[in-house]
Design a binder for this molecule. Sequence first.
Ligand SMILES: [Zn+2]
Length: 376
Amino acid sequence: MNSETVQLTMDMISRASVTPDDAGCQDMMIERLRAIGFECETLVFDDVTNLWARRGEQAPVLAFAGHTDVVPPGPLDRWDSNPFEPEIRDGVLFGRGAADMKASIAAMVTACERFVAQHSDHRGSIAFLITSDEEGIAVNGTVKVIETLEARGEKIDWALVGEPSSQDQVGDVVKNGRRGSIGARLVIHGIQGHVAYPHKVDNPIHRAMPALHDLARHQWDQGNRFFPPTSLQISNINAGTGAHNVVPGHAEVLFNLRYSTEIEPKQIIETTQAILDKHELDYDIDWSISGYPFLTAEGELVQAAQDAIKTHAGLRARLETTGGTSDGRFIAPTGAQVLELGPVNESIHKVNEHVNTRELDTLSNIYQGILERLLL
Ligand SMILES: [Zn+2]
């Protein structure tokens, strides 16, 4: 017999909810959550279906956050079983979304069911913020729901994002922040001409090299206890006509910084421009910020999560800020404490994505433990 959590995970995997299609996953959640007293609201923005569900009217609000969409399975013949027909082999559940992140969603729902059955008069509120657009461009998902909540003055105090944070065992790693990401497209202008007449050209490649060297060597900050130092990587350099004997008119450079909480985008932009100006370049630069950094250094949520993990998984959870961006970046700016805690991430986005069924039940117990620590 499968546990409630394993069964619900399997039912969700059976729905092929490839981004941005929710494929009825949120309706399954709504049915379960309504039955235990949640008010459920479906918020549709363009082709994206989002769910905001809340049980209780008082503060503080503990919100479970996550996504029902999954990445495409890739070539089906490389899977050992159909990605949308969940299968358990030797205690391991296989299917697209098993780890990222239908297991977490199911574990959150069953944790709430057990918690509410025992403590229907809990303090504060429990909420769910679920989107079907996390794996895609993420413009009509969490960010829009947060805008809606902000406009209403509805506030989240603690957000527990179910992203697969664990490394070897469920609960060994919790992400308490993420680095920011900022990119630039730099065009350095020169004067095109024949290589044989150097006095008549202005070579943008020659001008770019010492400036890029300084940029790449610059020490932006030292990082801090939670973040490694900010790093700049040049990812593309393009210049030239393809001919040996022509100096090009311009050079184009793309670079990206993953930055810590020790520096603001404004400082990054100003410092970059100062370095370029020092080299007397004629240039244009366009910046794009793809994510602000966030950090929940400490507080009730970190405490409750570490405590619950110790009790239910017997582990001392490590706090880390590594990895790419997640929807936590949209929730943290509201002032909420944000943590990411979910299953082992080793198989995510791969073929034969899987999750250990026993760890799935542990995860549900950890979520319940966090509810008990924060809302009783
Ligand atoms: Zn995910």
